[in-house]
Design a protein around this ligand. Structure first.
Ligand code: ADP
Length: 189
């Protein structure tokens, strides 16, 4: 029997630096899958998924679970045998439940969930200052995304803590410090 291929989830509020850190972890041999990037690409390409997701993204709300879970299932099938890093998924308990079966179907197993811990005030300042020009970065939509995070996604902290998978990393330092914290958390098994 072959061992399951590892999968790691990056969890944290909007603006916590998940995308930046996911990029960096590519250098460590991870294939990264960012649902935010996937959805923005789908929207730019005008696919069905992009059209369906657009209205939710613009409001700062989550796209429906069925839509994103179906997308993740397909994407997982397309990846080769490298360890994967999920950025922006799961974001609800229903998505986390669905992830277990989706990984299993592709001979993968969730080995760790890294929580980037950043206070609300810091993420709001970061998003206001980053000037990426994202449609969902205006102050009102950012407030909605924060509320959605606390209501829908934060319950995953307890969910993964109960399953012994959660690793907390201070995400408020500079990018290099946070990367070092993530590597230490993953090496610590
Ligand atoms: P951020 O973490 O900065 O809020 P993302 O780029 O991860 O931004 O996501 C942008 C938007 O894409 C979200 O506000 C949401 O509408 C949608 N989205 C991304 N991932 C998911 C997901 N797993 N479930 C539902 N919606 C998602």
């Amino acid at each position: 029997m072959t061992d399951p291929v590892p999968a790691v989830v990056l969890l944290g509020p909007p603006g916590s630096g998940k995308g930046t850190q996911a990029e960096r972890l590519r250098d460590d041999g991870f294939v990264t899958l960012s649902t935010g990037d996937l959805l923005r690409e789908a929207r730019a390409a005008g696919t069905d998924l992009g059209r369906q997701a657009s209205q939710y993204m613009d409001r700062g709300d989550l796209v429906p679970d069925e839509l994103i879970v179906g997308t993740i299932r397909e994407e997982l099938g397309d990846l080769d045998g490298k360890p994967i890093l999920l950025d922006g998924f799961p974001r609800t308990v229903a998505q986390a439940d669905a992830l277990v079966g989706a990984l299993d179907a592709h001979g993968r197993e969730l080995t760790a969930v890294v929580l980037l811990d950043v206070p609300d005030e810091t993420v709001i300042e970061r998003i206001a200052g980053r000037g990426e020009g994202r449609d969902d970065d205006d102050p009102e939509t950012v407030r909605e995304r924060m509320q959605v995070y606390h209501a829908e996604t934060e319950p995953l902290v307890d969910y993964y803590e109960e399953r012994g998978l959660l690793r907390r990393v201070d995400g408020s330092g500079d990018v290099d410090d946070v990367s070092a914290g993530i590597r230490a958390a993953l090496d610590g098994g």
